[in-house]
Design a protein. Structure first.
Length: 108
């Protein structure tokens, strides 16, 4: 079954279809823009291109930054409760690493 789906998707790509960042509501297959229409190569569902609203994806750096900030908050909460000296030093090292990466993301 998966091989059939892959074959249909490959055929659409080879035929000049452009894979979009949205998926079919019926079968969850990737949607393609093909000859002015939005088509699902898996189930054949068709939509006008104007009706499909692609959700803007966060830039990779923004996503990484968001994840790192979540981790940083988690480490800070753990640090606040930690009483073991060795574990405290380990948490501080992790926090330092996260802060360094965040700083590098800001630079470039």
């Amino acid at each position: 079954m998966e091989d059939e789906k892959i074959a249909k998707i490959t055929e659409m790509l080879l035929g000049g279809g452009k894979m979009l960042s949205v998926h079919c509501g019926a079968c969850k297959g990737p949607l393609f823009e093909f000859r002015g229409e939005v088509v699902c190569p898996v189930c054949g569902e068709r939509t006008e291109a104007e009706k499909v609203e692609a959700k803007p994806k966060a830039a990779p750096a923004e996503k990484v930054e968001s994840i790192l900030r979540t981790k940083l908050n988690s480490f800070a909460e753990q640090l606040e409760k930690e009483t073991d000296h060795t574990k405290t030093l380990e948490l501080l090292d992790r926090i330092k690493s996260v802060l360094e990466v965040l700083e590098k993301l800001k630079e470039g």
